[in-house]
Design a protein around this ligand. Structure first.
Ligand code: SF4
Length: 98
């Protein structure tokens, strides 16, 4: 539940040369995706959050790691991998469709 520690401060986005919001978004997707009550909408939520993140104009993550280095709550890059996994699973299975 380390991902639940995210306070939404935005330091990760400010530090990223790509202005990516992947650490923040990944933290929220991971937090909710690990809860038992978060399972029913897990794929749909991941799909919608990633799509919205892209619509808002944030940059793409290229695994630079500045976000993790500056995060005051110690959110790890693994949350981005989990976000990508849930998003891709939703795309491949069609389970992310509302
Ligand atoms: S820097 Fe850390 S605590 Fe702040 S929004 Fe990003 S992931 Fe959340």
């Amino acid at each position: 539940m380390d991902a639940a520690a995210c306070i939404g401060c935005g330091a990760c986005i400010a530090a990223c040369p790509n202005a990516s919001a992947s650490l923040f978004t990944g933290a929220k997707i991971t937090h909710l995706g690990l809860l038992p009550q978060g399972q029913p909408e897990r794929q749909t939520r991941a799909m919608r959050m990633v799509v919205q993140m892209n619509l808002e104009g944030f940059g793409q993550c290229t695994n630079i790691g500045e976000c993790e280095a500056v995060c005051p709550k110690g959110i790890r890059l693994e949350v981005i991998a989990r976000m990508n996994r849930d998003f891709l699973r939703a795309r491949w299975t069609g389970s992310g469709q509302p």
